[in-house]
Ligand binder design. Structure first.
Ligand SMILES: Nc1ncnc2c1ncn2[C@@H]1O[C@H](COP(=O)(O)OP(=O)(O)OP(=O)(O)O)[C@@H](O)[C@H]1O
Ligand SMILES: [Mg+2]
Length: 499
């Protein structure tokens, strides 16, 4: 039976069709930056295919529960014991009921464990119940992350295993994975690689674009088209969609998402006693059940390294009952600064990943006997970004620099260093760094990428770029109320000049 799902309009005015039976055999990957319209697209797919196929949605934000009223999906609240979720999943396959697994309100580790238990139940269903099911996973990078994060190894293995089973071995059991992600580079490669159909939305970062090009078998230049896509516009490719990359515009949906893009709304008139309103508990709060306590956080790498270092030199350790000597903060700071400087002075260091540099840093701290706890990876990243920006002492304590540090935190980790480099030039009113200098701060040899980063900061409203009469670049920071001096964007980078 051939069922064509209507996803919206294709280029040229035709209907953008999706062959449902083919989709069941060949799976789908949707990728696009936040706000590109992935969840809307999944909703369109779910609504259009609801009469034809059983559906299971793994929903981290509780966005899709609104399908229940209109299409009769049962909402399964994930706040239950894992074996129970596995048993419920088995019954879902037996009775062919469409459901939303609502993971809202759980922390990331609990979400991973719950999704793993649930997907495991779908996968291990009795052979008699292997009917076709669309298994839609929004924010799939949460459940199949490309790299270890802050969750325990155990939770990550469980959830990654369940997602790998879904995408790699699910087809025979009737499970058809449809996964969506904001960042391809953050999604485990083996999970992404099993989809044969793609809907690619607006993508900004090079690393995601490169992964998309690889997956789609396009050359990098062709994949540039993902950069300028508007919200709701995707490029479709795959046996269930189109044999050639086909621009499509996703059509309207019948149900609405619970969360929508923020809209400015006038503030309420100031109430009589605002303090009273927020500090006095309402009557229903007293009776509200307390949430399950979160599991203990995994031990940070820094702590493990510190423990290892301690266990090597037991004779030098003070007896546990003796009071610990206070850490000499000045010596600690000087030691950390020195280790950071050594790393920065290493010319090749700019092109190594932060994780590799972090290991190098920890070893240097141990060799120098830097007192106190080791820095965590995230603290190290920030210190490195700040050190790379190289702000001078007279500016380091200034309000402007503190604001710049605050602004940088709203950016992804890997972009903070570049942002701070330009912000530093503005705070000190020095020439805007050249593309080559920005590229080095980003850990790349490509000046073109550096320019795109500046364009990204501008798009986020963090900087305004302009050229002076000689064509030299000036970056103004509206939040900092200052701007760089004019700098030649094409100047070749001199290693010494960046010191
Ligand atoms: N094709 C479309 N037509 C009309 N509105 C759309 C379309 N696509 C998306 N939108 C609207 O744009 C907003 C953002 O879309 P959506 O929530 O789907 O983005 P997203 O890619 O899932 O983002 P995130 O990764 O942050 O979850 C929503 O308010 C949605 O209703
Ligand atoms: Mg979404």
């Amino acid at each position: 039976m051939k069922v064509q799902i209507d996803m919206g309009a294709a280029a040229g005015g035709d209907t953008a069709g999706l062959d449902l039976e083919e989709l069941l055999a060949t799976r789908l990957l949707v990728q696009g930056n936040s706000g590109s319209g992935k969840s809307h697209l999944l909703r369109r797919l779910l609504e259009q295919s609801a009469p034809w196929v059983q559906q299971v949605v793994v929903d981290p934000e509780g966005d899709f529960v609104t399908l229940a009223d209109r299409f009769g999906h049962v909402v399964v609240d994930a706040q239950r014991a894992e074996p129970e979720l596995t048993r419920i999943a088995g019954r879902i396959r037996q009775h062919r009921v469409s459901v939303i697994l609502n993971l809202e309100g759980l922390d990331v580790e609990q979400q991973m464990r719950a999704a793993a238990a649930f997907l495991g139940g779908l996968f291990d269903a009795d052979r008699d119940h292997w009917y076709p099911v669309l298994v839609v996973v929004d924010e799939a990078q949460l459940f199949a992350p490309a790299a270890a994060g802050d969750v325990s190894d155990d939770a990550r293995k469980l959830s990654l295993g369940a997602m790998t089973n879904l995408m790699c071995r699910g087809r025979k059991r009737g499970l058809a994975g449809v996964i969506a992600t904001q960042r391809l580079a953050k999604l485990a490669k083996n999970v992404a690689a099993e989809a044969s159909n793609f809907l690619m939305g607006r993508t900004f970062l090079d690393i995601d674009m490169a992964r998309a090009a690889d997956l789609l078998g396009m050359d990098r230049r062709q994949s540039e088209m993902f950069r300028d896509l508007a919200r709701g516009h995707f490029v479709a490719l795959g046996p269930a969609l189109s044999r050639r990359p086909l621009p499509v515009t996703i059509g309207a949906v019948e149900t609405s998402a619970r969360s929508t893009s923020p809209k400015l709304t006038p503030l309420p008139e100031a109430p009589v006693d605002a303090r009273d309103l927020i500090f006095t508990p309402g009557p229903e709060e007293a009776a509200a059940p307390l949430r399950r306590p979160p599991p203990p956080p995994p031990m940070p790498t820094a702590e493990i390294m510190a423990q290892l270092a301690r266990s090597r030199t037991p004779a030098l350790e003070p007896a546990p009952t003796e009071p610990q000597a206070p850490v000499d903060e000045a010596a600690r700071e000087a030691g950390i600064d020195r280790a950071l400087r050594e790393i920065l002075d290493d010319r090749d260091g700019a092109f190594r990943s932060d994780a590799v540099l972090y290991q190098d840093f920890l070893v240097r701290c141990r060799i120098r006997r830097v007192p106190g706890e080791a820095l965590s990876l995230s603290a190290f990243r920030r210190r490195l970004a700040v050190a790379r920006a190289g702000v001078r002492d007279e500016h380091a304590g200034s309000d402007r620099w503190q604001t710049a540090l605050g602004l940088s935190e709203s950016l992804p980790d890997d972009l903070q260093g570049v942002f701070l480099l330009v912000a530093r030039a503005a705070v000190a009113h020095e020439p805007c760094p050249s593309d080559a200098a920005l590229a080095r701060a980003y850990g790349t040899h490509s000046p073109r990428r550096a320019r795109r980063l500046l364009a990204y900061f501008e798009e986020r409203g963090l900087v305004v770029l302009r050229n002076d009469l000689r064509g030299h670049r000036i970056a103004a920071f509206p939040d900092l109320d200052c701007e760089t001096a004019a700098g030649d964007a094409d100047a070749p980078e001199s290693w010494q000049a960046a010191e």
